[in-house]
Design a protein around this ligand. Structure first.
Ligand code: ZN
Ligand code: ZN
Length: 300
């Protein structure tokens, strides 16, 4: 069940199977779609200007991409290698302590861990899309910038390498996996067995948190995806491509969960994000997605 119609998605988002985002407008089966890729506006003197609304040619997207700094790159490289090392270490420790009689509890806990990761992805994505500004010190350029860029040029993520795609999420995985590795070393084998459900929960949650942006990147990739990734997407074990398109419809106000996407429909049904926004706006006076809208209107 989808909350947005195919027509609505086509008219308000970029065609993602067009990697450059701004090729000639296409037609649907039998009806012409009004040129959704082009944003018409006028200058102060009233001269009409036409600028690509989405894609790599969009001025805002180009400016945001240029803010990716060498310092940020260094932080990402460190985080990716540290997190990969901790993932491997914890996997070895889990396999070493795994007992068949604990398999059921491990499975249910792991499932809860994946659901938690999906919710966390939605919460962080919603917060970054909806509040704050690229002008904020430290977090603006380093952590909010990629979210703004992603709405203006959704396929730019497919041109990012493994480090740029995963650096920030792997950073979040480091303290959790570090805590887990420490847990294995300070607890006795008996205590580890007693808490194997908790260990499975934390491990799967952190793996899915770390993998979230890679899964997100796959959901924007239309060519060359490995068969096993396509299988996971079609079984909805990870975020499917069609499902994520619902988020990429201006004004980007729903379907924020990007790990498995399992929680998107129930959260939309209970109007979770929109209720949170009403409460925050009531107490702070801040307008949701103010900065996102500002970048979307940037034409020169
Ligand atoms: Zn978004
Ligand atoms: Zn996306």
């Amino acid at each position: 069940m989808s909350v947005k119609s195919d027509e609505e998605i086509l008219a308000n988002s970029m065609y993602e199977d067009d990697p450059n985002g701004n090729s000639a407008p296409t037609t649907t089966d039998d009806q012409e779609v009004e040129q959704p890729m082009v944003h018409k506006a006028t200058t102060q003197t009233g001269t009409p200007i036409t600028s690509p609304r989405w894609g790599p040619q969009n001025k805002g997207a180009q400016e945001l991409a240029s803010l990716y700094s060498p310092g940020k790159r260094a932080q990402e490289i460190f985080c990716v290698y540290a997190c990969l090392g901790l993932m491997a270490l914890n996997l070895i420790l889990i396999v070493k302590h795994m007992r068949w009689e604990r398999i059921n509890v491990a499975f249910v806990s792991a499932l809860c861990g994946i659901i938690t990761a999906d919710f966390a992805s939605g919460l962080v994505h919603w917060a970054a899309d909806t509040w704050g500004s690229v002008d904020l010190p430290l977090i603006g350029k380093n952590f909010l910038r990629p979210f703004r860029e992603h709405h203006l040029d959704p396929t730019s993520i497919t041109r990012h390498d493994f480090i740029e795609t995963n650096g920030d999420n792997f950073m979040v995985g480091i303290p959790i996996l570090g805590y887990l590795a420490h847990y294995f070393y300070v607890k006795s084998p008996y205590e580890i067995q007693q808490h194997f459900g908790w260990i499975s929960y934390v491990f799967l949650c952190s793996i899915f948190v770390a993998m979230t942006n890679q899964i997100h990147k796959w959901s924007h990739t239309y060519w060359g995806l490995p068969k096993w990734v396509q299988l996971l997407q079609s079984c909805h074990i990870i975020l499917p491509r069609k499902h994520h398109r619902i988020h990429h419809v201006a004004p980007h106000e729903t379907y924020f969960c990007i790990t498995t996407g399992w929680l998107n429909w129930p959260l939309e049904r209970i109007r979770f994000w929109c209720t949170l926004e009403i409460i925050i706006e009531h107490f702070t006076g801040l307008k949701p997605r103010d900065d996102d809208m500002k970048w979307a209107k940037k034409l020169t």
